[in-house]
Design a binder for this molecule. Structure first.
Ligand code: C5P
Length: 231
């Protein structure tokens, strides 16, 4: 099994704060830029990091008419982002615009982890969350995307549905950090064993009292678990 990509979420508003985080995790090269930081640094900020040799997961969760999404994705590709996101619920025509982006892999968000059963009912999406995740995963697969973003609770199920998908999993916790706003959490090593190819890790590292030390603890957690099961 290939080791997973490990995207450290730069959930801060400014370039200066992002640079401070990047420096704390040297020599790590994979970072996630979401809406907050992208709005702060703009495409030029992203380009500067790519030009410095960082791999950027530009997590903009696009959801618009197909032409607009297609054009935005072309811009993201030109920035050299390694990975980006669209909402699977944008439908087939929108997802079709998202495949074949060359070096930029596009994965689809199935269901936001903040959505509860109550929200699904109110939206008239009636089904259970697992059923909806299955449908949205099939939609992403049949429209040629690289994979999906899914919660810790669904990773095993998605792996069964689509074995060679990129499966991006947030909501990872280890040690004594609590779940914060995630309904489901999993430790990073087990998420990988269940099928995650890409792990998104934010506050457990970025808000640790010593982020550099927390990063090394995470790498040790991987190594010790891998040694224990001989992988
Ligand atoms: O590890 P932490 O809880 O801080 O992770 C937060 C990060 O995970 C944020 O960058 C958020 O955008 C991302 N996330 C995601 N998809 C979800 C839930 C969170 O990409 N469904």
């Amino acid at each position: 099994m290939n080791r997973p990509n490990l995207w450290i979420a730069l959930d801060v508003p400014t370039e200066a704060e992002a640079e401070r985080l990047i420096a704390q995790f040297q020599p790590h090269r994979q970072f996630k830029v979401g809406l907050e930081l992208f709005t702060g640094v703009g495409p030029h900020g992203v380009r500067r990091w790519v030009d410095r040799g960082l791999q950027i997961f530009l997590d903009l969760k696009l959801h618009d008419i197909p032409t607009t999404v297609g054009r935005a994705l072309t811009q993201i590709k030109q920035l050299g982002a390694a990975l980006t996101t669209v909402h699977a619920s944008g439908g087939s025509a929108m997802l079709e615009e998202a495949h074949n982006m060359g070096e930029t892999a596009v994965v689809a968000v199935t269901l936001l982890t903040s959505m509860g059963d109550d929200d699904l009912t109110r939206l008239g999406w009636g089904s259970s969350a697992p059923m909806l995740v299955s449908r949205l995963t099939s939609l992403a697969q049949s429209n040629g995307l690289s994979g999906v973003v899914t919660s810790a609770a669904e990773v095993e199920h998605v792996k069964q549905l689509w074995p060679d998908a990129r499966i991006v999993v947030p909501g990872l916790r280890w040690g004594d950090r609590d779940a914060d706003d995630h309904a489901h959490v999993l430790d990073p090593y087990h998420a990988w064993r269940l099928g995650a190819t890409d792990l998104v890790i934010g506050r457990s590292l970025t808000e640790a009292s010593d982020p550099g030390q927390a990063y090394h603890t995470l790498l040790t957690h991987f190594k010790e678990n891998a040694d224990a099961v001989g992988s």
